[in-house]
Design a binder for this molecule. Structure first.
Ligand SMILES: C[S@@+](CC[C@H](N)C(=O)[O-])C[C@H]1O[C@@H](n2cnc3c(N)ncnc32)[C@H](O)[C@@H]1O
Length: 279
């Protein structure tokens, strides 16, 4: 924006309309405190698309022609902060569950895989951390594993699929894992690292809106949905948690963020320890 362009005003009724639309589309509750953030992020979209007002923009994204822009709008509003081995205790706990899970799978047959869903995977650091942990833990066993990683944002999924990160993003990864599972860029890719194919191939990334009913081909043994439901209200959280319950194997585990809880929600899970639940 040049010095002479003034930012378009975001009127209260426009903010209300946009907030309602975001809530209906993806469950994210935009409180009054988010108004400046929405104004800044969508203001950029308004300028780029030549829209005169937020109302014009709102009208466009609610038409059939505006479907693509609606996805971009949700992309630009959602919070995507994540990092490798975030909330490390979850990875420790998960690895304690794996030997028993692997034994159960082996009893059923050689091709029976451990299946994990990371829901709201953002730019991929979470599913890759899960995949590296599984690869380490299962290296002396036959059990295959498969990870489904989903997010509503197409922008973050693009990064996730490529598995390329600036080197300073991998500081939390233990050096032995860096050595085994990352390639260091050279030339024009200097300063970047890439997850090796053997790990990338374990993960299927796809766009999925947690407001929808999951239709995956297999039930999951473990679901990670961390730091996602924090943006939803209680009734949306209850609905999402019920859908997780339905797609988990009996005794399957649900991991939510350390600052999240199922307390106060209508659910059937058994409490294991803070932020971990079992079907
Ligand atoms: C803060 S990130 C959390 C990433 C990762 N799980 C972690 O804990 O580091 C939240 C992610 O949830 C996604 N998200 C928000 N609403 C969603 C919805 N309705 N369906 C699917 N993903 C959603 C956002 O796009 C964002 O990438």
């Amino acid at each position: 924006m040049t010095l002479f362009q003034s930012a378009t005003e975001l009127k209260d009724n426009e903010y209300e309309k946009i907030s309602r639309l975001v809530y209906e589309q993806c469950g994210i509750c935009l409180h009054e405190g988010k108004k400046d953030l929405v104004k800044a992020r969508l203001g950029k979209r308004l300028r780029e698309g030549g829209f005169k007002s937020f109302l014009d923009y709102y009208k466009y994204v609610t038409t059939k022609d505006g479907t693509e822009e609606l996805i971009t709008m949700i992309d630009s509003i959602s919070t995507n902060v994540t990092y490798f081995f975030r909330e490390e205790k979850h990875f420790q706990k998960m690895t304690t569950l794996l030997p028993e899970l692997a034994r159960e799978k082996e009893k059923k047959g050689r091709t029976e895989a451990i299946r994990i869903w990371t829901a709201g995977c953002s730019t991929g650091e979470e599913p890759y951390s899960v995949a590296m942990s599984l690869s380490e833990c299962l290296k002396d066993r036959q059990t295959p594993f498969h990870i489904t990683a989903t997010d509503i944002s197409t922008r973050v999924l693009q990064t996730a699929t490529q598995g390329v990160y600036p080197a300073d993003k991998v500081k939390g990864v233990p050096p032995p894992l860096m050595k085994r599972y990352f390639q260091y860029g050279t030339g024009t890719s200097d300063g970047q690292v890439r997850i090796k194919r053997e790990i990338r191939d374990r993960i299927a990334f796809e766009r999925f809106n947690l407001m929808d009913i999951p239709r995956f081909s297999h039930p999951f043994d473990i679901i990670f949905c961390r730091n996602v439901m924090i943006y939803f209200d209680k009734s949306t959280q209850s609905a999402v948690v019920k859908r997780f319950y339905d797609v988990l194997q009996p005794s399957g585990h649900l991991f939510i963020g350390h600052s999240e809880t199922l307390t106060g929600l209508d659910h059937q899970f058994h409490y294991v320890q803070p932020s971990i639940y079992r079907k």
